[in-house]
Design a protein around this ligand. Structure first.
Ligand code: 13P
Ligand code: SF4
Length: 328
């Protein structure tokens, strides 16, 4: 982990970030799981799909990505001419860690009649070994375009894959990875919380295990959950995803109550993503000042990974049919 920078006493960090953002022609992208102070100064806050699109479209010279490494890698894959910086290069992801490229390659080779539909929470190498990338907000649209007769490997999140299998009556082969954050919600504690707030709906991310998702009134990506929070008719919502998203809910609908779903002891911090939490305002300032840590990807690998990401962007927009799907 990059240590918290020192020697910044007396510096107005927010003003300096603003100055550097202009001087560098930088755009600051932040995921909903970032600390509120980072969300509040970002140019754009979004889910994985929205942030990928922003990274592909921006005319900034520098993308400061306040999220985790696979997200910053995606920005670099889609915008190679830009400088992409990540405040802490150790901001990883348990799903990415669960899926080493060599093991994924062997798994693919053991199932040559399967295509690989792969969650964006993976390394650039695994993207390069995949046919189509999905995010939690594009997975359903994309899966609906793939005939049921087509055999599919889905990795690395077995809970998202299992949710899609159940919802669409598919039998995709699942890679056994999990998100340590969504895995930590406790069904027992959730049931107790639901009893304390009768009538309050539950919104859950599909990275949650089935014993949590089964209690949900709404299941979707972070932006989907935020949309549900804005539109549900009641006054209290139980939120089963990383709790920093509640900041956006409170900003948008201050008169409603949002309660984070509990972990095993009822009120632990185990649902805060430890990787996302590595980014701080101080590290963002230093990254903009030094243009480091910087994402670099070897060009051949980038081009191979870009194919499966482009396929996602096309299929999510409905601009390509299944007939075009195939490995190059
Ligand atoms: P989305 O924001 O795309 O729903 O992804 C959630 C997540 O866990 C990102 O790491
Ligand atoms: Fe990975 Fe889970 Fe953290 Fe998202 S919340 S970055 S899936 S560990």
């Amino acid at each position: 982990m990059t240590a918290q920078p020192t020697g910044l006493t007396g510096i107005d960090i927010r003003a300096e970030i603003d100055r550097l953002r202009k001087d560098r022609n930088a755009v600051i992208l932040a995921h909903y799981y970032q600390k509120p102070e980072i969300q509040d100064l970002a140019d754009y806050v979004g889910d994985s799909l929205e942030l990928s699109k922003k990274a592909a479209d921006t005319d900034a010279d520098v993308i400061a990505f306040c999220g985790v490494k696979f997200m910053a890698d995606t920005a670099k894959i889609l915008s190679p001419e830009k400088i992409v910086i990540l405040p802490d290069m150790d901001a990883g992801c348990s799903l990415e860690d669960s899926c080493p490229p060599q093991k994924f390659k062997a798994f693919r080779e053991a199932h040559p009649d399967h295509i690989a539909l792969t969650y964006i929470n993976c390394s650039t190498e695994v993207k390069a070994l995949s046919d189509v990338i999905v995010t939690s907000s594009s997975a359903e649209t994309i899966l609906a375009q793939i005939p049921k007769s087509q055999k599919i490997i889905f990795g690395p999140d077995r809970h998202l894959g299992g949710y899609l299998n159940r919802k669409f009556d598919r039998d995709m082969l699942l890679w056994p990875g999990v998100c340590i954050v969504h895995e930590a919600f406790s069904e027992t504690e959730l049931i107790k919380l639901m009893a304390q707030h009768p009538g309050a709906p539950v919104a859950a991310h599909p990275e949650c295990p089935p014993h949590i998702v089964d209690h949900a009134d709404y299941v979707g990506s972070t932006s989907g959950i935020l949309g549900f929070a804005k539109s549900f008719p009641g006054d209290t919502l139980i939120v089963a995803t990383e709790p920093h998203i509640i900041h956006q809910m409170q900003r948008a609908i201050p008169d409603k109550t949002f309660i984070g779903a509990p972990g095993a002891d009822g009120n632990c911090n185990c649902n805060i993503c430890p990787y996302m939490a590595l980014n701080t305002l101080e590290k963002l300032y230093v990254a903009l000042r030094d243009l480091q840590p910087r994402i670099e990807i070897e060009e051949g690998l980038r081009l191979r990974a870009k194919k499966s990401l482009d396929r996602m962007l096309e299929m999510a927009a409905g601009t390509v049919g299944m007939g075009d799907l195939g490995r190059a």
